[in-house]
Design a protein. Structure first.
Length: 269
C-alpha cells in the first residue's frame, strides 16, 4: 500500500505542480519573479498581471474564439461519432474489425503529418480564416477516439431495449437517440470532454489556418505576449491561468461521469 500511495502522490505532484507554479507566477511581480533565491509563493500577491493580460492583447476575444470552435467541433464530433459507433456496434457491416483497426490507426497519425493535406483541403474549400477551418479538422481528429469510446458503450447495452422501442413504433434512429444515447450518457460525456479538450488545447492548426487577428484562438493568442527581447512571464502566466480554468472547471464538475465513462464501457452488460 505504501508504494501505491507514493505512486499516487508522484502522479498528483506531476499533474498539479506545473498548474500551481503557473498560478503562483501569475500573482508575482516581474521583480519578485527574478529575485534570488527563488520565492515559491508570492510575497505580495497582485492581480495586475491579469489586468495587463486583458489589456495588452484581446484576451477576451481569444477566449470567445476558443469556446466557439471547441463547442462547435465537440457537437459535430458527438453527432458523427454517435452514428458511426452505432453502425459499428449494431449493424451487420462487412469488414467491421478492419474498420475498427483503421480507426485505431488513424488516431495514431502525428498531427504534423496531416498539416499540409488539411491546409490544402481547407484552401480548396475556401475555408481558411474562418471558424470552419478549425471546426472541421478538429472534428476529424477527435472522431477516432470518440467513436471507439462510444462503440464500447453501445456494445454494453442490451439490443433488446432498442428492439422493444422499434416494436412500439420507433425507427432505428429514433431508438438510437431516445434509448441508446441516454443510457450511454457517461460515454457521451467522456467523448465530449475528450473532443472539447482536444480542440481547446490545439495550437498548430489554429496557427496555420487562421491568420486573421480576430479569429485567433487562445493558444495562439498567448504567444503574442512575448516581445522580441522580452518574456513577461507573469502576464503570460495570467493568460495561461485564464486558459486552464475553463477546462479545470469542466473536469471538476464532470469528473465522476468521465471516470465512469472511461471504465464502464469496457464491461458488457
Amino acid at each position: 500500500m505504501k508504494w501505491r500511495h507514493l505512486a499516487a502522490l508522484a502522479v498528483m505532484v506531476n499533474g498539479l505542480f506545473p498548474a500551481l507554479w503557473i498560478l503562483a507566477t501569475s500573482l508575482k511581480t516581474e521583480a519578485e519573479l527574478t529575485r534570488t533565491p527563488i520565492t515559491w509563493l508570492p510575497h505580495a500577491p497582485t492581480l495586475a498581471n491579469y489586468v495587463h493580460a486583458f489589456h495588452d492583447q484581446p484576451l477576451a476575444r481569444f477566449v470567445f474564439n476558443s469556446v466557439a470552435v471547441a463547442l462547435a467541433s465537440t457537437a459535430l464530433t458527438l453527432f458523427v461519432a454517435t452514428l458511426a459507433a452505432y453502425a459499428l456496434a449494431r449493424l451487420a457491416i462487412g469488414f467491421r474489425d478492419l474498420a475498427l483497426s483503421a480507426i485505431i490507426a488513424a488516431s495514431t497519425f502525428p498531427l504534423v503529418t496531416l498539416l499540409v493535406p488539411l491546409f490544402e483541403t481547407m484552401r480548396a474549400l475556401d475555408l481558411l480564416n474562418s471558424y470552419a477551418a478549425l471546426v472541421l479538422p478538429y472534428t476529424v481528429l477527435s472522431l477516432p477516439v470518440c467513436t471507439l469510446v462510444l462503440v464500447s458503450f453501445f456494445e454494453s447495452i442490451p439490443p433488446d431495449l432498442e428492439n422493444a422501442a422499434m416494436v412500439d413504433g420507433c425507427t432505428r434512429l429514433g431508438a438510437l437517440w431516445k434509448i441508446l444515447v441516454p443510457l450511454a450518457a457517461p460515454g457521451m460525456f467522456t467523448a465530449g470532454i475528450l473532443a472539447f479538450v482536444n480542440a481547446w488545447d490545439e495550437f498548430l492548426l489554429a496557427l496555420s489556418f487562421n491568420a486573421a487577428p480576430a479569429l485567433r484562438t487562445l493558444p495562439v493568442g498567448i504567444t503574442l505576449y512575448q516581445g522580441e527581447f522580452t518574456f513577461p512571464w507573469p502576464v503570460i502566466s495570467a493568460a495561461l491561468v485564464v486558459g486552464i480554468t475553463p477546462v479545470a472547471i469542466l473536469i471538476v464538475l464532470f469528473q465522476q461521469r468521465v471516470l465512469s465513462g472511461l471504465t464502464a464501457g469496457g464491461v458488457k452488460g
